[in-house]
Design a protein around this ligand. Structure first.
Ligand code: BEZ
Length: 202
């Protein structure tokens, strides 16, 4: 299901026009911002855990064969590590468009490595959005990620880039690393038929 949350986000948690804000990234934003920013700092948020539970019909998959991308799921005592960007408020509008398939702006507290905290925004796709897939058996989720491909590229690249970016931050997460291990073990899809002789087919 392809949604469009752009208009909803334009009315949600709108920052003051003049003030730079913090944006917390926990998915592709960790390794690729794709927008101008004033500062970039590792950070974490609390009470949320990263899960590959959101369907991607527009970036890492298609409506017919959606991929799986990260969203945040509420979990007491959980910590989600990621990257914080200090951005001008007008930077949000193009992000609302880019992440229009179910993600909504939410206010959260960011915790920085030096102990400082700040209020900021993050995008979360909750279970009530039509593109939400939820959890599945790890093997099934890994197969879906290994096979999906969309306008932004292979779904496996999203997962493996995230795993690498988290490693650079010194973070290893069982959910991500287990999926990545399974996806690496998955044979690449190929259209090439294995040559065989008619005599072999009986
Ligand atoms: C992220 O990379 O953190 C992200 C950005 C937009 C929507 C969802 C996640």
């Amino acid at each position: 299901m392809v949604l469009d949350t752009t208009a909803l986000n334009a009315r949600r948690h709108c920052p003051d026009d003049e003030q730079a804000i913090w944006l917390f990234g926990y998915g592709s934003l960790i390794w690729k911002a794709g927008f101008p920013y004033l500062a970039r700092r590792p950070a974490h948020i609390r009470g949320w855990t990263r899960r590959f539970w959101q369907g991607s019909h527009d970036h890492r998959g298609t409506p017919e064969a959606p991929g799986r991308v990260a969203t945040l799921v509420a979990e007491a005592d959980a910590v989600c590590h990621g990257m914080a960007y200090r951005i001008a408020p007008e930077t949000l509008a193009p992000l609302d468009v880019r992440e229009k398939n179910g993600y909504l702006r939410e206010v959260t507290t960011l915790f920085f490595e030096d102990g400082a905290t700040a209020r900021g925004l993050t995008y979360i796709a909750t279970e009530d959005n039509a593109a939400f897939l939820g959890g599945a058996a790890p093997a099934a989720m890994a197969r879906q990620i290994a096979e999906a491909h969309g306008p932004s590229g292979p779904n496996r690249d999203y997962l493996l880039n995230l795993e690498a970016a988290l490693a650079e931050l010194g973070v290893r997460e069982a959910h991500v690393s287990d999926l990545a291990r399974r996806v690496r073990a998955h044979a690449p899809a190929t259209d090439d038929a294995i040559p065989c002789k008619m005599s072999d087919m009986s």
